[in-house]
Design a protein around this ligand. Structure first.
Ligand SMILES: [Zn+2]
Length: 248
């Protein structure tokens, strides 16, 4: 009896969670009798197609309807959380599910802008590449860097190479490229230390406010870690302006 044609499938990142141990993080063969769609082959391996964002067949991105005839190598990626795949076919435009970042040492201003927009972003002035990569892997955080070299490291799973030079433009770029618009939550996270903010009554912080702020603002938040007090002032409005332009 002639052997049926097979294709080689390989799943990446958290798509491996759907696979039995022996199929995780390695290529394995599945049969394709006559022609079989990519979608069908993926689902036959137990991975819901809804989790898939990018399929590469023999080096080319394809859509779910692409027919497999045998002999192809198929790489399957989860919803875009990592690589710069802009030139490739995204199977579905979707935001990241749980965007968390670690920014490299040159992106301190961007890190603060992202926190102001509500995104969990770690950043340290003295972190070297090894440390940034380790944090990314350990906490499933997306590396933000302008250094392509760091993202080419084999162990890196999530990363985005920032093109813009100016920090507000960088914020706009990251929000647009990673489709974060719907997840923006301004005024929720400490710009300086990344801790989620808590509501604080005006009376509790009155003596720490400049007179003009006392007059103009009613709503305040405080960082439980570094005790900074926040209000929807000029920083906030400026960032809103940036985000408005991104949304527009
Ligand atoms: Zn803080």
């Amino acid at each position: 009896m002639a052997a049926r044609p097979t294709v080689e499938l390989r799943f990446y990142e958290e798509l491996n969670d759907f696979l039995p141990e022996e199929r995780r993080k390695r290529a394995f063969a599945v049969e394709v009798d006559r022609a079989r769609s990519v979608k069908d082959a993926i689902e036959s391996a137990g991975v819901p197609h809804t989790e898939v964002d990018l399929v590469i067949v023999d080096g080319r991105s394809v859509d779910f309807a692409h027919l497999l005839r045998g002999g192809e190598r198929v790489a399957v990626y989860p919803m875009f959380e990592a690589l710069d795949i802009a030139p490739l076919v995204r199977l579905r435009p979707r935001p990241m599910r749980d965007p968390r970042f670690v920014a490299d040492t040159h992106l301190g201003k961007l890190a603060r802008h992202l926190r102001m927009a509500g995104f969990d972003t770690l950043y340290g002035t003295d972190w070297d590449d090894d440390r940034i990569v380790a944090i990314s892997l350990g906490e499933r955080r997306t590396i933000l860097t302008r250094d392509r070299g760091m993202l080419r490291r084999r162990e890196v799973e999530r990363g985005y190479c920032v093109r813009a030079v100016e920090s507000e433009a960088q914020l706009g770029e990251v929000v647009a490229a990673l489709q974060l618009e719907g997840l923006i939550a301004p005024f929720t996270r400490c710009r300086e230390c990344n801790t989620p903010l808590e509501d604080v009554p005006r009376e509790a912080v009155l003596d720490r406010l400049p007179p003009r702020v006392r007059e103009l603002y009613d709503r305040f938040k405080r960082c439980p870690t570094c005790r900074r007090v926040y209000w929807e002032g000029s920083h906030f409005r400026r960032m809103e302006g940036v985000l408005e332009r991104v949304r527009g």
